[in-house]
Design a protein around this ligand. Structure first.
Ligand code: JFZ
Length: 448
């Protein structure tokens, strides 16, 4: 490991808090991806839009502990409210998601136009949301519900044509193989953990057993690792885990948070890198400001903003993984469903410009919106309708045909000094984003 990398990780681990500064987040999340890519990235690259699901024991307190609101992410409550193990473990007895309906969740994802779901199989809290033989601390054995939501979701995904994927945290606040940052019987701080003396390999084997279960029992298409900033997670461990997964199933896609340059794609968080980054990448984002359900968090992003984010990701050649935080009863909150359906409605009309598309050919920002492309076609997603009712597309290519994607209405074009002009209707047909299709001979030859 290079000194610089060690330094970055050390600084990150020490200062990591819920509101880690963006520069540090990027240093870790957008780090280089390993050369050995799975040959199976095709579906993932074409998918462009997925559903992240943060669901676990933390959904029970839902951001409130002993009657007080706990600031920060809901899934971090064990750390942020300094909850002792015994008290936290008891939450399992209150976790009874009687309203859970796997078909319904997958249907919501499908209607939103999402092509894959990534659900927390085990978050930092260590509670397993699947039927694992490696620990009793799991939803089937330790809750009054006694069911396996991952089995039901995996089956529902298969039936509805959605790729089933799982999140897995390397850091574990419950495992005896890891020790909290500040141990205290009444006021522990877990993050970042470190390995108990001599327990790193034992923990690696625990993870390997569970990863084996996720692949063989649930056919996870992708594993979204996280929590690799725990102290003691190192390159030999990451390499062993990586090769172990490849040996069971070489087609399983891995994100880069397995660490140390391994993995297939980069994972900027809560942030979209302007015009993308080289190599495959995916921005994950919350709809409000927490991943796990928090009953009092109502800071909802608008549907329009979320549609713009999806377009911006596609335009940068990346995916958008949008999070929902279901309640402890198993319900995806209505404000989230409402926004997802609005995105799905837009995608039904404009999906051609997003799914299977390639990044913008332009280096500079377009004042009126974004661009994506496919062979022979350039798509302009107009988010700010120009007052001149004219799009100036900064390219040399002659446009053979221009039309509105929504209704096929033809548009006039002309060659100008700054590129090709496309004459628009006076008002935006879709105030959120109107897609213009330009037929051209490849490749696009940008003017700037
Ligand atoms: C992590 C988790 O701690 C969080 O609870 C949530 O699951 C989120 C999706 O991922 O948080 C991180 C992880 C990595 C970075 C920042 C926050 N990072 O690399 O900058």
């Amino acid at each position: 490991m290079s000194v610089k990398r060690l330094l970055v990780i050390t600084i990150f681990s020490v200062t990591f808090a819920i509101f880690a500064p963006t520069s540090l987040r990027l240093a870790v999340a957008a780090g280089p991806v390993h050369k050995m890519h799975t040959a199976n990235m095709k579906w993932w690259k074409a998918a462009r839009f997925g559903m992240f699901i943060h669901w676990g024991l933390y959904s029970v307190p839902a951001g409130v502990w002993h009657g007080k609101r706990v600031p920060g992410y809901g899934e971090w409550i064990k750390n942020n409210a300094h909850i002792p193990n015994r008290e936290y473990n008891a939450l399992a007895k209150k976790f009874d998601p009687v309203d859970f309906n796997a078909e319904q969740w997958v249907k919501i994802a499908r209607e939103a136009g999402m092509k894959y779901i990534v659900i927390t199989s085990k978050h930092h809290e260590g509670f397993c949301m699947f039927n694992t033989k490696a620990t009793h601390f799991n939803i089937v054995q330790d809750t009054p519900w006694h069911k396996d939501p991952l089995a039901m979701l995996s089956a529902a995904c298969r039936a509805q044509g959605i790729k089933f994927c799982t999140y897995y945290s390397i850091m574990d606040w419950h495992s005896r193989d890891q020790l909290p940052a500040h141990a205290s019987a009444t006021h522990p701080t877990y993050n970042p953990t470190h390995f108990a003396p001599g327990r790193a390999v034992a923990y690696l084997h625990y993870m390997e057993r569970q990863i084996h279960e996720l692949i063989t029992q649930y056919h996870t298409h992708l594993i979204w690792f996280d929590g690799g900033w725990m102290h003691g997670w190192n390159k030999p461990l990451a390499r062993d885990l990586y090769h172990y997964i490849r040996s069971i199933d070489p087609t399983v896609i891995l994100n880069n948070r397995i660490g140390f340059g391994y993995g297939d794609y980069a994972t900027p968080e809560q942030h979209i890198p302007p015009r993308g980054i080289p190599g495959p990448w995916e921005t994950c984002m919350t709809i409000n400001t927490t991943w796990g359900y928090v009953s009092w968090n109502h800071k909802w992003k608008s549907s329009a903003l979320l549609i713009h984010h999806l377009i911006e990701c596609a335009s940068g050649g990346g995916n958008f993984l949008l999070n929902v935080g279901p309640t402890a009863k198993g319900i995806i909150p209505q404000p989230e469903v409402k926004r997802l359906l609005a995105i799905g409605k837009w995608l039904k009309v404009n999906g051609q410009a997003i799914y299977g598309s390639h990044r913008t050919p332009f280096d500079g920002k377009l004042s009126y919106g974004y661009a994506t492309q496919k062979p022979g076609r350039l798509f302009i997603e107009v988010t700010k309708w120009p007052r001149s009712h004219t799009l100036v597309v900064p390219m040399r290519n002659t446009i053979t045909k221009a039309y509105l994607l929504a209704d096929g209405k033809k548009l006039k074009t002309a060659k100008g000094p700054d590129g090709q002009s496309v004459y628009l209707p006076s008002a935006a047909p879709d105030p959120v984003a109107t897609v213009i299709v330009l037929k051209i001979a490849d490749p696009v030859r940008p003017l700037r």
